[in-house]
Design a protein around this ligand. Sequence first.
Ligand code: ATP
Length: 269
Amino acid sequence: RSRARRFERGESNVTFDDVAGLENAKRDLCEIAEYLKNPERFQRLGAKVPKGILLMGPPGTGKTLLAKALAGESDVPFYSISGSEFIEMFVGVGASRVRDMFADAKKEAPSIIFIDEIDSVGRARGTGLGGGHDEREQTLNQILSEMDGFSPQETVVVLAATNRPDVLDAALLRPGRFDRKITLDLPDRKARKAILHIHAREVPLAADVDMERLAALTVGFSGADLENLINEAALLAGRQDSEAVDMAAMLSARDKVVLGGEREMVISD
Ligand code: ATP
C-alpha cells in the first residue's frame, strides 16, 4: 500500500478562513479549488490546469495548513505523505509507494496529493554518492513519470512543500510538473495579529490582552511559533488556575518561545 494518509471527503474541515495572511497563496489556491470542484467546466474550453504546485517557505509558515485548506475547500479526497516516508530500506519500495499513491488518487479523481518535504526525495540527481541508482533517485523518477502520465480526464492536483527550493532537481520544475510556485513568507505584523486571533479563538482572554502589541513584539515568529505562544500562555494561566489568559502570561509565553527557538539553534549549530 502507498502508506499515504488518506483524508476522506469532508474530513479536512480546515478552510481558507483558518489561514491568516498569505493572500496571494490563498488566491492562487482558490482558483485550483474552483477547478477541482468542476473540472469539466474548464476542460471543455481546452484549458490546461496546473498539475503541480510547489509551496515554498520557511518552517511553520503554513504550507501544510494551506494544503489541508485546499482539500477542505474543494471537498475532494486528499492524500498526504512526507517525502521522507518514501525512502525505505528496501530498494524499490519508494517507487512502488509512489505508484500506488498515484493509482489510488487517479481512481478517485478529482483528488489532491500532498507531498510534504519534497526535497528529501527531490534533490538534484547525480550529485550524491549513490551513483544515479539509489533508492531516492528511483523514487524521484517515479514521481516525474507519474506526473507526466496523467490523462486530461484524470484531475489529480499535486501539491508539494519545501523549505529548500534551492536543492530541488530542475526536472521537477519543468512545465507540466511543478510549474506553479507559491512562495510563503514569514508573517508581517498585520498577519501575525490575525494569526494570534485565529489561535486565540477558543481561549478566554483577560481584558488587558493587547494583540496589536503582541504582534509588534513577535518579529520573526512563524505561524507555528505564534500558535505555540498562545498555547504556552494558556498552559501557564492554567497552572496559575486563572479564569482567563492575561497579557503577562502572553509575554512570558513569548519569551519562552524565543528562548526555545534559541536553544534549538544552539544545539543544531
Ligand atoms: P514545515 O515546513 O515545518 O512542515 P509548514 O509550513 O508546513 O511547516 P504548517 O504545518 O502549515 O507549517 O504550520 C504549523 C501550524 O502553524 C499550523 O497548523 C497552524 O496552526 C499554524 N500556522 C502557520 N501559518 C499560519 C497562518 N498563516 N495562519 C494560521 N495559522 C498558521
